[in-house]
Design a protein around this ligand. Structure first.
Ligand SMILES: [Zn+2]
Length: 396
């Protein structure tokens, strides 16, 4: 005998299967026109178009971001709201080497699948379109800005899917902040009268050296990595201006604050030593570490198993995501499904596989597992209550 629950689940799976061609085309189109953070106009338009065609009500251009959106089905409810998060930004200079074309599409497909049974349940599903997850650009962290503007206030639980080197539910990520050091010196002929110049590039180089000197004395969970973003204009001019950008990461907010102080001191020291003027700015939002909701993780794992997959290990990455901030505001859990063998995001190999049959297969599995998990939360209000209770207890 098929129970009502089984029938509804079959309806969702069938609908997601029916969407396969549309979803593949969507993922391919986003991959083939990579757009970096806050420039994801085409990706956002395609995802909104897909959701709108399937009956979702869309609000575009939200929280001060033209490429952010929220798509709801139904528009209002007296029941709970489950959010599936979409990312669709590409890496600067590399295209979709992090597979965000698969992430945005999986959430949109899962939400449409789930929407087919929502007339039988109390509650709604929203897809929140989150720009600029990759931290390399100015003001990165679209989710941080959506949180600040209250777009998660009515959300009861949030899921996101990411293709990864192994299959995981939840896990750990680092806190992250981006600092820019802008040195100003004085130009002069580099051979004719160098004694009249003040070399801004030396400010940058001394900053790197000073940071390298503190590496022995920082904890293992800390990562400091930077690039020179401007190093002068020509070798025959003493560089008047030079800039560097660094990411600082650590497992906790408190230890990140300590590292920020130390690294800023390195740059200030370099400025004194070289006689340059220094301006320090924070160029991307603070990404918090991820907090995994165990109840939601359990639901994801059950549905992974039902889809014939199993958890392969616990994510202990030193990477960062602004989904971390979401998990500190509402109960949330990230689903990772292994894509390929031994390949890691932000590589050429990952870029290729994100636009392959295998990438699409993993995306469809991600959509299915998220849709089933969101369904479970709406079908069994007790599960959602347990997830919320856990969240409250841990936030105390
Ligand atoms: Zn990513």
């Amino acid at each position: 005998m098929r129970t009502e629950e089984n029938k509804l689940k079959e309806t969702i799976i069938q609908k997601i299967d029916d969407l396969t061609d549309d979803m593949k085309a969507l993922a391919r189109a986003i991959h083939e026109k990579p757009e970096t953070g806050y420039q994801e106009y085409e990706a956002s338009r395609l995802l909104c178009g897909f959701l709108e065609k399937n009956g979702f009500k869309i609000k575009r251009n939200i929280a001060g971001m033209e490429t952010a959106f929220i798509a709801s089905y139904p528009e209002r409810t007296s029941g709970p709201t489950i959010a599936l998060l979409a990312e669709y930004d590409a890496l600067t200079g590399m295209g979709h080497g992090c597979g965000h074309n698969l992430i945005g599409t999986a959430s949109a497909g899962a939400a449409v699948g789930l929407s087919k049974v929502l007339s039988k349940l109390k509650g709604r599903v929203v897809v929140i379109g989150c720009p600029a997850e990759e931290a390399g650009i100015d003001n990165a962290g679209g989710k941080v800005r959506l949180l600040e503007k209250g777009y998660f206030e009515n959300v009861d639980a949030a899921f996101i899917f990411h293709p990864f080197p192994m299959t995981t539910v939840g896990g750990e990520t680092s806190c992250l902040i981006g600092l820019e050091f802008d040195f100003k010196g004085k130009s002069a002929h580099a051979a004719g009268n160098p004694w009249d110049g003040i070399n801004a590039l030396d400010g940058v180089l001394q900053t790197f050296n000073a940071i390298n000197a503190i590496r022995q004395h920082i904890r293992e969970d800390v990562r400091i990595h930077g690039i020179v973003t401007h190093g002068g204009d020509a070798p025959n001019i003493v560089p008047e201006r030079a800039k560097a950008r660094f990411f600082l990461r650590s497992s906790s907010r408190a230890s990140l604050e300590e590292i920020i102080k130390k690294v800023k001191a390195c740059a200030r020291g370099a400025s004194v030593a070289t006689g340059t003027k220094l301006k320090i700015k924070t160029f991307c939002n603070l990404y918090d570490s991820m907090k995994t909701n165990a109840v939601l993780a359990g639901i994801l794992e059950t549905n992974l198993n039902e889809a014939g997959l199993h958890v392969e290990g616990r994510k202990k990455g030193k990477g960062s995501t602004d989904f971390g901030n979401v998990t500190r505001a509402v109960p949330g859990c990230e689903l990772g499904i292994r894509l390929g063998k031994g390949i890691v995001p932000h590589s050429r190999e990952f870029l290729e596989i994100s636009n392959s049959d295998e990438g699409h297969r993993v995306m469809m599995l991600g959509a299915r597992v998220m849709a089933m998990s969101a369904f479970d939360l709406l079908y069994c209000p007790d599960l959602l209550m347990r997830a919320k209770r856990e969240f409250k207890a841990e936030s105390r």
